[in-house]
Design a binder for this molecule. Structure first.
Ligand SMILES: *[C@@H]1O[C@H](CO)[C@@H](O)[C@H](O)[C@H]1NC(C)=O
Ligand SMILES: *[C@@H]1O[C@H](CO)[C@@H](O)[C@H](O)[C@H]1NC(C)=O
Ligand SMILES: *[C@@H]1O[C@H](CO)[C@@H](O)[C@H](O)[C@H]1NC(C)=O
Length: 383
């Protein structure tokens, strides 16, 4: 019987063993699941520890979470300029961010006001050696920003004051709104550094006419920003006004002026944050209305008339007539010419008569660099 039973039992056993194997398999799966759940739970708890550790709810030293890059939590994070000028903000985001300004006039730290020199160029800065000499020794008192064609790759050496001072730029066209966009982009990037108090728009053909100390003091003591603005009754002035700009802009408020402004922080913020006049100019001031000659002078005449001097501090020579001002090259740079540049001016400075009216001049060709470097110590007081 037994031999009969055995196979039967074996058979029984085998049939009994089958569910037991399935059971073992299930048990294995169960354990695996447990292991995964356990791992998940421990990862979760580590994460929670870090979170609460950072909030100091778990005060054990092991729970203190140290991120790789330590973010400053004191006032520094609001005072220090960004370490790199490159960012991925679009204009809308940038202008919004740049419009943040302190509302308490007294700074709770020692703020040294800086002058932001903003170069609006297509490509290279051929007069940069002159600027380097002008700026030498005043490192704490200025910052540099360059807006050039996006396709242009500058090759300033790492010792140059212009090294890595390019801001994210776009293509700009003379007389078009893209020109004012570029100017606002320069202002907005410069406003991200809270130390910048004065903002000077320059082209690649501009030169400084005085040493840094004189220019710095001139700005810091000025009660007005220097924006050229005048009412020109001719076809080249009022003739460019479009009545569809009313009621935001009345023809009596329509102004003209060269684009090369120097403004303080308050005016810079007004220019960047404007959403009231911008759409009117964008739509109704198109060539032959040259928007870069009208938008800021008109807008500031309406918004901040008492804060602008209505004159520019950038000298330019229109005496030769035509659509463009004169450009000066090597043969033009004589002692007589430089005397003409520096003398015989009169204007109002803080409502007082002054003979120092122009701090910068344009337009200078690359060939003018050599004689300008030579004459700079005697005539401009630097170099
Ligand atoms: C700047 O020029 C003025 C007047 O020419 C002079 O008195 C002053 O010493 C100069 N400053 C520097 C730092 O060279
Ligand atoms: C412009 O202002 C003048 C007075 O300052 C007013 O008489 C005129 O109606 C205004 N024009 C428009 C289009 O609002
Ligand atoms: C500039 O012109 C406006 C009128 O357009 C005037 O109100 C303002 O007082 C002028 N600024 C100075 C400093 O004279």
């Amino acid at each position: 019987m037994q031999p009969q039973v055995a196979p039967l039992q074996e058979g029984k056993d085998s049939t009994a063993r089958a569910p037991s194997r399935a059971f073992q398999l299930n048990l294995l799966k169960f354990f695996a699941l447990f292991l995964i759940l356990g791992l998940g739970a421990s990862v979760l708890s580590m994460y929670m520890m870090r979170q609460f550790g950072a909030l100091n709810l778990v005060p054990t030293p092991s729970s203190v979470y140290l991120p790789c890059v330590e973010e400053s939590t004191n006032l520094d994070r609001w005072i220090k300029p960004p370490s790199s000028l490159m960012h991925s903000m679009n204009d809308e985001e940038l202008f919004w961010r740049a419009s943040f300004v302190p509302r308490i006039n007294k700074y709770p730290f020692r703020r040294v006001p800086k002058v932001a020199f903003m170069f609006l160029t297509r490509g290279p800065l051929p007069l940069s050696p002159l600027w380097e000499r002008f700026l030498k020794g005043h490192e704490a008192l200025y910052s540099i920003y360059i807006h050039s064609l996006p396709s242009y790759h500058p090759d300033f050496s790492s010792t140059s004051v212009f090294y890595r001072r390019q801001i994210p730029s776009k293509v700009t066209e003379w007389g078009q709104m893209s020109m004012c966009d570029a100017e606002r982009r320069l202002l907005a990037n410069a406003l991200l550094d809270i130390s910048n108090e004065w903002f000077v728009l320059l082209s690649e053909s501009c030169i400084p006419l005085f040493n840094f100390s004189i220019i710095y003091t001139y700005f810091l003591r000025s009660r007005h920003s220097f924006v050229g603005a005048f009412d020109d009754p001719s076809p080249h002035g009022r003739g460019r006004y479009n009545p569809r700009m009313a009621p935001e802009v009345n023809i009596t408020e329509w102004r003209k002026g060269a684009q090369w402004f120097t403004v303080n922080q308050k005016i810079a913020v007004s220019m960047v944050r404007d959403t009231k006049f911008y759409p009117k100019f964008k739509e109704f001031c198109r060539p032959g209305c040259y928007v870069d000659e009208h938008y800021f002078p008109t807008m500031l005449t309406i918004e901040e008339p008492r804060l602008i001097a209505n004159r520019s501090v950038t000298w330019v020579d229109w005496s030769r007539g035509g659509a463009h001002p004169a450009t000066f090259g090597k043969p033009d740079i004589t002692e007589a010419f430089l005397n003409r540049l520096l003398e015989g001016h009169s204007c109002l400075y803080n409502n007082q008569p002054s003979s120092v009216c122009f701090l910068f001049a344009r337009k200078f060709a690359p060939s003018a660099l050599e004689p300008l470097l030579e004459f700079a110590p005697k005539f401009f007081g630097y170099g």
